[in-house]
Design a protein around this ligand. Structure first.
Ligand code: AP5
Ligand code: MG
Length: 191
């Protein structure tokens, strides 16, 4: 199993690229954002509790997403590895993920970080707001808060992973196809 983190600020293209990469390399795409939105859509108690936090662009508690990921890791079979999208988002989540993987004889093999200019992030998310129906895309102040939360709570993971030799920056500007090719070139070296 080869396990990747696809990393970057809101709107950097994690979800868009993960879907394509998972298909190309037979990886299991695990997006905590998608899992949480599925809970909200299904009207579960968890979904009800998390929806307000998400609509403000704040992070849900670490233990909620850690449990979601642990369940998925244990119930998945037959893929070449995992592609973690939007998880981990705090150093504490990263430490938990490492432990989960290590306990099962695996590790994080690479962190691919999409670098995208701030104005481009905002442009992409505002454009998506029309179609996505995501409450966190509708309000520009919430978009800015999501980017601030990323810088404050999530970006420190880059340093943590860099110290372990896992950090691989990727230019996330340009067309979806060009960025996909850049990501594939890095992943092919490990798969
Ligand atoms: P999450 O769902 O992870 O959202 P996010 O990080 O805010 O990022 P997005 O999904 O908005 O962006 P993306 O990088 O996937 O970009 P995308 O490919 O969609 O999290 C949502 C919320 O859930 C969080 O705020 C938090 O509350 C909670 N949460 C989730 N995980 C959590 C965790 N681990 N811990 C705690 N809380 C958690 O692209 C964006 C748009 O741009 C799309 O419309 C796309 O079509 C377009 N686009 C993509 N690439 C390009 C390109 N090259 N050119 C032009 N347009 C492009
Ligand atoms: Mg996403």
């Amino acid at each position: 199993m080869v396990n990747f983190l696809i990393f970057g600020p809101p709107g950097s293209g994690k979800g868009t690229q993960s879907v394509r990469l998972a298909e190309k390399f037979n990886l299991l795409h695990l997006s905590t954002g998608d899992m949480l939105r599925a809970e909200i859509k299904a009207g579960t108690e968890l979904g009800k509790k998390m929806s307000l936090i998400m609509s403000k662009g704040e992070l849900v508690p670490d233990e909620v997403v850690i449990e979601m990921i642990a369940n998925k890791i244990d119930s998945s079979k037959g893929s070449a590895g995992f592609l973690f999208d939007g998880f981990p988002r705090t150093v504490a989540q990263t430490v938990s993920l490492e432990k989960m993987l290590n306990d099962r004889g695996m590790k994080i093999d690479q962190m691919l970080v999409l670098d995208v200019d701030h104005d481009e992030l905002v442009k992409r998310l505002i454009a998506r707001a029309e179609l996505s129906g995501r409450p966190d895309d509708k309000d520009p102040a919430v978009i800015e808060n999501r980017i601030d939360v990323y810088k404050e709570k999530t970006e420190p993971i880059i340093n943590y992973c860099n110290n372990k030799g896992l950090y691989q920056p990727v230019n996330g500007m340009g067309t979806i196809d060009d960025i996909f090719k850049r990501l594939c070139d890095h992943m092919k070296k490990l798969l």
